[in-house]
Design a protein around this ligand. Structure first.
Ligand SMILES: Cc1cc2nc3c(=O)[nH]c(=O)nc-3n(C[C@H](O)[C@H](O)[C@H](O)COP(=O)(O)O)c2cc1C
Length: 187
């Protein structure tokens, strides 16, 4: 078993996160891992925002404003939405940048960005931190997107909540490979 395989097999999301969050060289290396995502036609269909400290309060305000939107209110309790970014010391927003391309449909560009987010999760855990990929309605609300400075051709792939693991969550049952791997044609 290689160290990498071992790290992947041990990967798990961690929702209970406290300070410190990664910084400096560690964070830089984490984003270098994101840049290793397979990328059809090298479109670089991703970018990331790092939100910490008071930025999390501002993000909560943005969620609350979207909850107050008259035409398209975010579902959910406003106060809960407002406090949700405070669940971790750092939030990394993974953004997909869609570029019209004759050979690379949007779904492939999303796939590349999503793989990058997965690498970020793995790298964070490998560096001794915990993280959890979250979306929910906040990830798809146009007011949240524009408040974060996304352009028309961008969308949010996920909010990665990042920090130091306070206490580990219970073990998640993992799928047995026999349930999702088969041979074609059948022998
Ligand atoms: C695109 C995407 C969005 C997700 N959004 C949420 C979410 O909003 N809330 C949540 O509790 N889990 C969400 N999850 C699932 C968790 O990140 C996590 O994968 C799940 O709790 C299983 O834990 P594990 O990663 O340890 O297997 C999402 C996962 C993905 C891939």
């Amino acid at each position: 078993m290689t160290d990498l395989i071992d790290a992947i097999i041990k990967r798990t999301s961690e929702p209970r996160l406290i300070a410190p969050a990664p910084s400096g060289e560690v964070l830089e290396r984490v984003f270098e891992c994101a840049a290793r995502a397979p990328d059809h036609a090298l479109l670089r269909p991703w970018r990331y925002l790092v939100i910490e400290g008071e930025g999390r309060t501002a993000l909560g305000e943005l969620f609350a404003q979207a909850a107050d939107n008259d035409e398209n209110p975010l579902p959910g309790k406003k106060e809960k939405l407002k406090n949700s970014p405070l669940r971790a010391p750092m939030i990394i927003v993974g953004i997909v940048r869609h570029t019209p391309h004759p050979k690379v449909p949007d779904i492939e560009q999303y796939a590349s960005a999503a793989v990058g987010l997965g690498y970020v999760l793995l790298a964070l855990q490998s560096a001794g931190f915990g993280a959890m990929w979250r979306t929910g309605a906040v990830a798809y609300h146009p007011q949240v997107a524009s408040g974060l400075g996304l352009t028309e051709n961008e969308s949010i792939a996920g909010f990665l909540y990042v920090g130091t693991v306070d206490s580990h969550k219970p073990e998640v049952p993992r799928a047995d490979t026999a349930e999702f791997v088969s041979r074609w044609p059948n022998s």
